[in-house]
Unconditional design. Structure first.
Length: 382
């Protein structure tokens, strides 16, 4: 018998506070608790969100004995404690071990690959569903393709996404990039995994149908625009590729993401600036002296305004063209991400899902799609 529907790790951090506040507003019928290392900090959070009665469970994400005590208490564990290669490995393992569902907001491809290798078969045996990338990375991308396939009613040949975002992002995203580049200096295999388009596939050693990541500028005929690289495409394409394998989008299915800037010289110039900005971000993440500058850009005291719009164009194996638009208000890495991961946790707790193992958001299907649509992520046929 589980004591809680949901156990939230990380509520004292930037993203975790947003998730806690969302859950406090969202549904008083959910039995949930806060988990973490510091009782004083957790008590301050529950007071700030107006829920002083919330239970608190003390456990560090790296303390196996503590995790074995608290993880079985919950039907679902939701965690915002990153970087996940450092703070998520034992928590995901504990959930797989105890048959507790799990979701997070990671954008770390090497961590997700390791979780698949460590936890997929165990979670299948215990009945756990381990679902990574439940924030802006990668719910709009993953559920957008799912929505296209639901409309199509047949296999998809390819989908391309034109992403437009505004906002500064959450501090955790910067820390993840810094941690990955720092760790990669000691272990080059991490970068090889991160760069592998097929890294999260069911058969990662098999050459997939997708081409290389877009790093430069090119004119895309399907989108009718000059395009540049999108910083999170290196995560989202991998997640969608795993969904394609798990859900059967079609043997030759291809997925790409980019930033599109229109035709003509102005579009070409903007695409060039986007490519330069991406190179600058990764260069800064690899240089310790530049880390302070990156952190100042996303410091927690900045008001988080912004929004996102994603135009997805696809073609079925029979040659039909389809298009959907996904959009939402707010800095994508902040309140929208909090909503997405909270609704993922609630879906895991209360909706019926057949598959078990290390999954993707799209495997939670139309139940999760309808949840996020009702709570701020618009998905409309174009």
């Amino acid at each position: 018998m589980r004591t809680y529907d949901l156990l939230l790790f990380g509520a004292t951090g930037f993203s975790g506070k947003l998730v806690a506040a969302y859950l406090a507003r969202r549904d008083t019928n959910v039995t949930w608790a806060l988990a973490g290392r510091s009782r004083d900090k957790l008590e301050a959070v529950r007071t700030a969100i107006g829920r002083p009665e919330l239970p608190i469970e003390i456990a560090d994400t790296g303390d196996i004995a503590a995790l074995d005590r608290v993880v079985p208490l919950a039907r679902v564990v939701c965690t915002t404690v990153g970087p996940y290669r450092r703070h998520g490995v034992e928590l995901a393992r504990a959930c797989a071990r105890h048959g507790t569902h799990y979701c997070d907001i990671t954008g770390e491809v090497p961590f997700m690959r390791a979780s698949i290798d460590d936890n997929h078969e165990l979670a299948q045996r215990t009945g756990a569903r381990i679902v990574h990338a439940c924030g802006f990375d990668s719910i709009p991308s993953d559920l957008g393709v799912l929505a296209l396939r639901e409309r199509a009613g047949e296999d998809l040949a390819w989908v391309k996404a034109d992403v437009h975002v505004s906002g500064r992002g959450a501090p955790g995203g910067v820390e993840t990039a810094i941690a990955l580049m720092s760790d990669a200096r000691r272990d080059r295999s991490l970068l090889r995994t991160a760069r592998n388009r097929n890294a999260l596939a069911v058969e990662p050693g098999r050459a997939g149908p997708d081409g290389p990541d877009q790093l430069g500028v090119r004119f895309d005929r399907e989108l009718g625009a000059w395009t540049g690289p999108f910083v999170m495409a290196t995560v989202n394409t991998r997640v969608v590729r795993r969904s394609a394998d798990l859900l059967g989008y079609g043997a030759g299915f291809r997925y790409d993401e980019c930033l599109a800037f229109g035709r003509g010289p102005l579009g070409l110039a903007k695409a060039g600036l986007a490519a330069g900005a991406l190179a600058a971000i990764f260069t800064a993440a690899s240089m310790p002296r530049a880390h302070a500058l990156l952190r100042r850009h996303v410091r927690p005291d900045i008001v988080r305004r912004g929004g996102y719009t994603i135009r997805m164009v696809g073609e079925t194996v029979s040659g039909r063209r389809l298009e959907v638009r996904i959009s939402g208000d707010g800095d994508p890495g902040c309140e929208p991400t909090a909503m997405m991961v909270a609704e993922s946790a609630l879906s895991l707790a209360f909706d019926r899902h057949a598959p078990t193992g290390v999954l993707t958001p799209a495997v939670l299907g139309t139940d999760l799609l309808e949840r996020v649509r009702r709570n701020g992520m618009a998905v409309a046929a174009a």
